[in-house]
Design a protein around this ligand. Structure first.
Ligand code: VGL
Ligand code: ZN
Length: 198
């Protein structure tokens, strides 16, 4: 019981009825709540975009959601507007026991850059500060759950493994978007990065 549970983006917009809904996204909530009791620390991430965020297709003339675009930091999927700061869509799923969180870390708040990972923004250099928090608390073992498996969960888990944490992803408590085979690719990439898939 020395691990941290990191719950990725369990927010209304990623659940059925939301702006970027992941199939069955809400179904993992009871299981995620149950895992909180087993963890030394509980950390929630919250996707938190300004209304004019550059990852939104609406900000690029003639572009549609799910198309790719080249950003200064690399290729980027254009998303429907989602998780706008302060909106109901950005709020956590109402069933999630957020009172049990030690830390809530927000990401994606800089207009020019997206942030899938809880550790680094999509330039893979700008830190969120989570690594320092975990290290100063002596938390070296991380368990990931949440949404979406093939984007924010996978990028977070792979960064954690690269940083030297012992990492597992509970796949039954994750759900994915699966855009052009991204689900299979993410599972392969996580395994290759040394992430344990449970
Ligand atoms: C996510 C796409 C855009 C995620 C966040 O939480 O996986 N995906 N923003
Ligand atoms: Zn986002």
């Amino acid at each position: 019981m020395s691990h941290a549970l990191i719950v990725i983006d369990l927010q209304n917009d990623f659940c059925p009825g939301g702006a970027l809904a992941v199939a069955e996204g809400g179904q993992i909530v009871p299981g995620v709540n149950a895992r909180m009791a087993e963890a030394e620390a509980v950390i929630l991430t919250q996707d938190w975009h300004p209304a004019d965020h550059s990852s939104f297709a609406s900000q690029h003339a003639g572009r549609a959601p799910m198309q790719m675009i080249d950003m200064p930091y690399g290729p980027q999927v254009l998303w429907p507007d989602h998780c706008v700061q302060g909106s109901q869509g950005a709020a956590f799923h109402p069933g999630l026991e957020t009172d049990r969180a030690d830390l809530i870390i927000r990401k994606g708040f800089r207009r020019q850059i997206d942030s899938y990972s809880a550790f680094y923004e999509n330039d893979q250099t700008t830190p969120t500060g989570l690594e320092g928090y975990l290290r100063t608390r002596g938390l070296t073992e991380l368990e990931f759950v949440g949404l979406a498996t093939d984007f924010c969960v996978a990028w977070s888990a792979m960064d954690a493994a690269k940083l030297g944490f012992k990492v597992r992803v509970l796949t039954s408590l994750c759900r994915g978007i699966d855009l052009d085979g991204s689900m299979a690719r993410a599972l392969d990439d996580m395994r290759a990065a040394g992430v344990e898939l449970v």
